[in-house]
Design a protein around this ligand. Sequence first.
Ligand code: SAM
Length: 305
Amino acid sequence: RDVLLNAMCITVIRDKLKNAQNVLLHKSYPYSIPLSYCFFFSFSVYKVFENVAQKYDIMNDAMSLGIHRLWKDMLLHAMHPQPGARLLDVAGGTGDISFRFLEYVRSQRERQQRRAVRFGQTLSYQDISNSYSTIETDGPRESTAVVCDINKEMLKVGKEKAESLGITAGLSWVVGDAEELPFDDDQFDIYTIAFGIRNVTRIDQALQEALRVLKPGGRFMCLEFSKVTNPLLARLYDAYSFQIIPVLGEVIAGDWKSYQYLVESIRKFPSQEEFKSMIEDAGFYCVQYYNFTGGVVALHSGFKL
Ligand SMILES: C[S@@+](CC[C@H](N)C(=O)[O-])C[C@H]1O[C@@H](n2cnc3c(N)ncnc32)[C@H](O)[C@@H]1O
């Protein structure tokens, strides 16, 4: 009887260990990631951005020769947001996407107001003045942008930048993890993540969260470094990334390692097609991507239906 009991105990313990192992392995991502690794990975990503926060914007300009501004402008151009839209910018860092978004909807609103006035040019001065006040009161509600980032140092630098640029209306800053967003379901019209998703440990989980917080009809947009398609450009890009960027990191930010990590994380990120499939698997529709600068960066877009 003792032998039988011992055998039963061993079976129960073995099953429990198997279950624990299954919990520790995330099967949904192409590569299984032990939780201990997730913790280490997230912690080191946190340290990287804590280290670079103060110099982040200068380094962005230096590393990309200012081209990151064009990529971000192109994201806004593709988004074409209308007044009243609500944006959630995840991994929003120092707020570049949200600033552009608020500026874009402001100019859209002004354009619409001018058009409305031009449309009523045959009216009297009083009618025109009334139409201005009608647009103000009955017009679309204010657009809002929420910058959400796991790193409070990055948000702090962003807030200071917003104040110096005089951008405060409609803007809020929230500390939060892309894998577990601190927002209710169906809240936002647009979800953006620019140069952030490759830093997230469980990308599939972040995509699920994006789908959850978007309203039906809402749009997911991701700007990320990707795979260069032209072999000659790929070689130049590799040489530049591995030999120049860490040096710039050391000279400008005094931090070789963080920039070495950034370059390596870019190479590990899935290709355009692989990432497109991941977005579709998460439940988005009409998923498309556009390559910028020969695939150095790709913009992926999908809709929640
Ligand atoms: C390269 S920066 C991009 C910042 C900004 N979107 C831009 O385009 O300039 C990456 C940002 O992702 C943030 N991040 C990394 N992991 C995250 C996570 N799990 N959830 C939210 N933000 C995260 C970092 O703190 C950092 O601010």
